[in-house]
Write a protein that binds this ligand. Structure first.
Ligand code: DON
Length: 386
């Protein structure tokens, strides 16, 4: 047990999936093959920027395809939706990430979450050269992560040495005049973007920036316009998990993006961003234990985006400053997001007065949220009315 009930909940999920050693570490990029296959982490970033980290959360890996939604975001922010969607579609391809998914006739890639579409959107990043494009991509992704990110030069060299298939896709794209820059600039910038080094806390914060309308909840910086963020999350929801996207939507139901180094980010809009990391992959190229961990989180906290969530917009908290105590009274439906806000408020109020938590008027208290609130109350020595 830690002093953070959310970390404890995440740790329990990791404990449940830890023994699953099925799947294989990606080795088509030689440098990825040396990853520590046993590394495992789960990190959640909540509305106030609180980082709840379980497992090997400081373990470094490269973004790989998790970079794709952010490159798409940069293209949308730079050129506007109409111009970007002229050049790249937003339809699920139902094909592997490295498929040559180009629309017959126009050569337009199916969507920006597969390599063909991602190379096209990377080419739209501001700058003329590989260095300038990489720098604009790094600037955006660093702002989303809340710290300065860098390219892992060994992984980049390895990707570039073995990247003939992506070069082939880029040449095909160029034959349809998909780029304003040269093929090399597009494809090498794409390799560099995939090779940006992160840890699970970084990517969870990047996911949280998407969850909170483009505002990084840890730094408070409005990095992306809300409408850009919504478009990106929308495409993640239908295309983020490649040819396993439909299955993911049924089982987890959160917009997500995975990468071949073993990371997965998922977004619960207005609630949190979450990231799982574990390098062994299933046949779709998604992390085996990452998928399982996020499936568990979704199930335990009742997070499926299409599940019934009544009254999430109703006011949930009244605070009554009495002489003998401050009463935090909840009503309506207490879900994860509201529970996190209530916990924050409880801590603030408990700093100045004895606290009482009144749960009698709650109409629905999701099980795990009840556990979290009772733990926070116990930690603050608050009394509870249920
Ligand atoms: O294009 C590639 O081969 C990689 N650099 C990125 C692919 C990736 O992460 C696909 N993910 N599942």
């Amino acid at each position: 047990m830690t002093d953070d009930p959310i970390v404890d909940a995440l740790t329990t999920v990791l404990d449940d999936v830890r023994d699953d050693t099925s799947g294989d570490v990606a080795d088509y990029i030689p440098e990825l093959a040396s990853a520590d296959a046993d590394a495992l982490s789960l990190v959640l970033v909540s509305p106030h920027g609180g980082v709840h980290a379980a497992g090997d959360a400081g373990h470094r890996f490269t973004l790989q395809s998790i970079s794709k939604p952010f490159a798409f975001a940069l293209a949308l922010q730079t050129l506007g939706r109409d111009e970007v969607l002229e050049r790249v579609g937003v339809e699920p391809s139902g094909e592997p990430f490295n498929a040559i998914s180009l629309e017959p006739g126009s050569g337009k890639p199916d969507n920006p979450m597969i390599n063909a579409g991602a190379i096209a959107t990377t080419a739209m990043a501001p700058g003329e050269t590989i260095e300038e494009k990489t720098s604009s991509l790094l600037t955006l992704m660093s702002a989303c992560a809340g710290r300065e990110l860098k390219v892992d030069e060994d992984v980049y060299a390895s990707e570039s040495e073995t990247g003939e298939r992506n070069r082939g896709i880029a040449h095909l794209l160029a034959s349809y005049r998909a780029f304003d820059c040269g093929v090399d600039t597009a494809v090498e910038s794409y390799f560099r973007q995939c090779s940006i080094q992160v840890d699970a806390k970084d990517v969870a914060t990047m996911a949280a920036t998407l969850a909170f309308g483009g505002r990084n909840p840890a730094t408070g910086e409005q990095v992306l316009a809300p409408e850009v963020t919504r478009d990106v999350v929308a495409v993640m929801s239908s295309c983020g998990m490649y040819d396993a996207s439909g299955r993911w939507t049924v089982r987890v139901g959160l917009p997500a993006k995975s990468g071949v180094s073993g990371g997965i980010i998922a977004v619960d809009p207005s609630e949190f961003g979450v990231a799982a990391f574990s390098p062994r992959l299933d046949r779709f190229g998604n992390s085996v234990r990452g998928v399982r961990a996020l499936e568990e989180i979704s199930r335990r906290f009742g997070l499926h985006m299409l599940a019934d969530r009544p009254e999430t917009s109703s006011p949930v908290v009244d605070v009554d400053h009495r002489d003998d105590a401050t009463v935090v009274r909840l009503h309506g439906h207490i879900n994860f997001g509201t529970a996190a806000q209530v916990a924050h408020r409880m801590r603030e109020e408990a700093a100045t007065a004895r606290l009482m938590l009144d749960l009698r008027d709650t109409e629905r208290l999701d099980e795990s949220c009840g556990v979290v609130l009772r733990r926070v109350a116990a930690d603050l020595d608050a009394s509870i009315e249920e």
